[in-house]
Design a protein around this ligand. Sequence first.
Ligand SMILES: Nc1ncnc2c1ncn2[C@@H]1O[C@H](COP(=O)(O)OP(=O)(O)OP(=O)(O)O)[C@@H](O)[C@H]1O
Ligand SMILES: [Mg+2]
Length: 319
Amino acid sequence: MAEATILSDSPSVASAGPESGPESGSGSQRLLELRHLTMRFGGVHALNKVDLHIDRGEILGLIGPNGAGKTTVFNVITGVYDPSGGDVLFEGRSIVKRKRYQRTKLGIARTFQNVRLFSEMSALENVMVGVDAQHHSSVGGAILRLGRQRREEREAHERGMELLEFMGIARRAHQTARNLPYGDQRRLEIARAMATRPKLLLLDEPAAGFNPAEKADLMSLIGRIRDDGYTVLLIEHDMSLVMGISDRVAVLDFGEKIADGSPASVQADQRVIEAYLGVPSDDEDLLASTGPGAPGDAEHAEHAEHAEPVGRAEPAGEG
Ligand SMILES: Nc1ncnc2c1ncn2[C@@H]1O[C@H](COP(=O)(O)OP(=O)(O)OP(=O)(O)O)[C@@H](O)[C@H]1O
Ligand SMILES: [Mg+2]
């Protein structure tokens, strides 16, 4: 369908998302691998020798109490921080020396724990910025560039509208981002991250601040994103939600991975129960039925997530 999308031959998000889906056969199933990943901030071991992998087409749930190191995993994968030790492999190759925008180009995109949008731009423009991050009209002759820019602009517009549609916020396309209801801002962030057709989509508590019904909706949407061939690493505090949607769940506690396996096995893991609930108890039911008791999802301290929104993309004409 989409003849000449800049990023790939894949048509729309609804039918095929990233450049290489689970069946694309481009190399092994292993998409991302963290090897003995360590991140220290002064004396704090935010991550301590964490081994973790994601296979293509999976939703991997990443959970753990506040301060466990979840967001730090994202920050190291996306290049906000250089790890103090260990390695990050993407499609079998180390990426720790790659710049952030290069990682975007390789196919890694994220959303942030606290919404980050270009607040004065429209919803559609925000997504188009994401598409633009993949364009290459910065070099070349002026005339060539002009033609290509027009085409890219048109394609970015189409792709942007598709994504807004997919996220259920097409009617917001021309509204200024900062005027959108909070929930739609979060959905918009996901749409923007998907604009680059990432092979790996990192979602940091995308449902923070949502009510239970909204959360459930968003989770089923994330399920559809996966069904389209995306690979998703999902940080989410609500246990029952993350258990329901994830193919596999990994648990961090004080920077260490303490469990990794099927939702059922993780849920039954005594170490997880103790760490996550902070109670050395036999109240296993709690784990199945409630969130972790994380106070105020939306207000989690956010540490130096300095990344500008989409890779290196700068909003044209914005100060
Ligand atoms: N830039 C930084 N400077 C200093 N310490 C940091 C920095 N980033 C993270 N940390 C520390 O690393 C640890 C892990 O933080 P991180 O934000 O990764 O946790 P988290 O699991 O995402 O928590 P939450 O559920 O609250 O979002 C915490 O002790 C935190 O204070
Ligand atoms: Mg976090």
